[in-house]
Design a protein around this ligand. Structure first.
Ligand code: URA
Length: 252
């Protein structure tokens, strides 16, 4: 049986670039199939049998791997750190494929981080137009009034513009230590967004933990450990990312 696929899909699935960037690579003559430059976008190839190169380097169609890590705080979501701080790959010693994070968590944020070598999957989940929900538990200074939380629910002005509506709920209030734990679900992924949202209502975040990504739950995975996503979880994430934005948002 032949296993012919569009060249841009093969390149994206090999984790080299997004589908769109892969198309650009083809159009700009950087891709060869069996020694011949291919610049036509509809071209199909067999990833198992054809020799496909990008910028002269053969692509390997690795096994697709989908993992979640319970990232501890004090760890950088990147492949290296010039300052020698801990990086997420320090927690992936047993993983032989070259996986990378889907989106990022701040150095001080802990919790659910998905990692994969499937470029197309990563692109799908991080593209802003797909509005994938992410839920965080934020421990904040002071106990915000309901009216302050309503501002977060409805959208609040940050220096890079209004935030989209969010779901916000009290989880715990500790009057003795003057702290509250608030669950917040956002559908965007701006830099330090949750921290900036709480700063904007004058309740700075003390601790931030992501407990869900696209409906996938961290549950009781121990800090610093990984587990593979099930096929069902991977398929659910793909379906969710492709669904209409309005369907992802709970009715308020
Ligand atoms: N929002 C933040 O402020 N930090 C994160 O790490 C993720 C979302």
């Amino acid at each position: 049986m032949t296993n012919m696929e569009r060249l841009q899909k093969i390149i994206a699935q090999a984790g080299i670039a997004s589908r769109r960037k892969s198309e650009e690579l083809i159009l700009s003559g950087k891709v060869e199939v069996n020694g011949e430059v291919v610049t036509e976008l509809g071209t199909k190839a067999n990833p198992e049998e054809d020799m496909i190169t990008v910028n002269g380097k053969p692509i390997r169609s690795e096994n697709k791997v989908y993992l979640m890590l319970n990232k501890p705080k004090g760890v950088i979501t990147s492949a290296s750190d010039p300052e020698g701080r801990k990086i997420v790959s320090d927690y992936l010693k047993g993983v032989k494929e070259r996986v990378y994070p889907v989106g990022r968590l701040d150095y001080d944020t802990e919790g659910l981080l998905i990692l994969t070598n499937d470029g197309e999957f990563a692109h799908l989940l991080t593209h802003p137009k797909h509005h994938v929900p992410k839920t965080y538990l934020a421990t904040v200074k002071g106990v915000p009034h309901g009216s302050a939380l309503d501002k977060l629910k409805n959208g609040i002005m940050l220096e890079d513009g209004m935030t989209a509506p969010a779901e916000v709920e009290y989880k715990d209030v500790d009057t003795a230590s003057n702290e509250a734990v608030i669950s917040i679900t956002i559908y965007e992924g701006r830099n330090r967004q949750v921290r900036r949202m709480f700063e904007a209502i004058n309740h700075p975040v003390i601790r931030l933990k992501r407990i869900s990504f696209g409906g996938i739950l961290l549950q009781n995975l121990k800090r610093g450990l990984t587990r593979k996503l099930t096929k069902e979880e991977v398929n659910n994430l793909i379906t969710l990312a492709k669904s209409e934005p309005a369907k992802k948002m709970k009715k308020r």
